[in-house]
Write a protein that binds this ligand. Structure first.
Ligand code: NAP
Length: 240
């Protein structure tokens, strides 16, 4: 893995930032994509000797520009982690067109844009590792999170279908579907709600960004060379 170039979408905070640290530990060159958190992304890039690059993954032109810049700078891309995501809790009946499009624009279109832009390079080299980030709600559905759950189920479907299509090109496509992880995404949960989730979870805890980063790193590593189209679920046993 040393020297490999890894692009992590949504690398400025939470799970993406932990993944950037995990890859950097191995001597990878990390590209940290961000949308709004410029300061955090640039501070992380300085810490890891990586590169921070701004792009809104829901915008295909910005994503293509980002991938072109990465290839201009490093002349290679080895690993793409499609991690950027947004969540929203709302009753189904209250969802607006803008809510739905906003969630799908980032969580589904964003994955499509990033993979489509990186793919010609991967196919040309006949190698590449793609790791998508879904959610346990994409596996089982979450009440008051219909748009989010549907978008994360789409990520699993995309991962499985694309793994079949790209296997003959030497490219793996795998997915990580985390359970409840301690990041800004869950800052709306108070201590009582978090405690209830811990009690409901067989392993008795909520996860850390590092728990998920370890799974992302594994799926991108040589140890996973014969694994493609799979969903790895760091969720403490909450969904089995
Ligand atoms: P987070 O702390 O809220 O971080 C979200 C990241 O996504 C940030 O780096 C953010 O960048 C980036 N992002 C959002 N919109 C973007 C856009 N349009 N373009 C580019 N980047 C964008 O969330 P997290 O918990 O680390 O979540 C990471 C992934 O894990 C998401 O896909 C999420 O759905 C999934 N997940 C999380 C949990 C959980 O419990 N936390 C559970 C299951 C799955 P900026 O700050 O720079 O805008």
């Amino acid at each position: 893995m040393k020297g490999e170039v890894v692009l992590i979408t949504g690398g400025s905070r939470g799970i993406g930032a932990a993944a950037a640290r995990r890859f950097a530990e191995d001597g990878c060159r990390v590209v940290i994509n961000y949308c709004r958190s410029r300061e955090q992304a640039e501070a992380l890039a300085r810490e890891l000797g990586g590169w921070a690059v701004q792009a809104d993954v829901s915008d295909p032109v910005q994503v293509q520009g980002m991938i072109d810049n990465v290839l201009d700078k490093f002349c290679q891309l080895d690993i793409l982690v499609c991690n950027a995501g947004v969540a929203q809790q709302k009753l189904f009946g209250d969802l607006t067109d803008a809510d739905w499009r906003g969630i799908f624009g980032v969580n589904v279109d964003g994955v499509f844009h990033a993979i489509r832009a990186a793919l010609p390079h991967f196919i040309h080299r006949k190698q590449g590792r793609i790791v998508t980030v879904s959610s346990m709600w994409g596996q089982v559905g979450g009440s008051c999170e219909v748009a989010y759950s549907a978008s994360k189920a789409a990520v699993i479907g995309l991962t499985k279908a694309l793994a079949k299509e790209l296997g003959p090109s030497g490219i793996t496509v795998n997915c990580v579907a985390p359970g409840v992880i301690d990041t800004d995404m869950n800052c709306n949960l108070d201590e009582q709600a978090l405690q209830a989730l811990r009690e409901e979870t067989p392993l008795g805890d909520i996860g850390t960004p590092e728990d998920v980063a370890a799974c992302i790193h594994f799926l991108a590593s040589p140890a996973a060379r014969f694994i493609t189209g799979q969903v790895l679920a760091p969720n403490g046993g909450l969904v089995v």
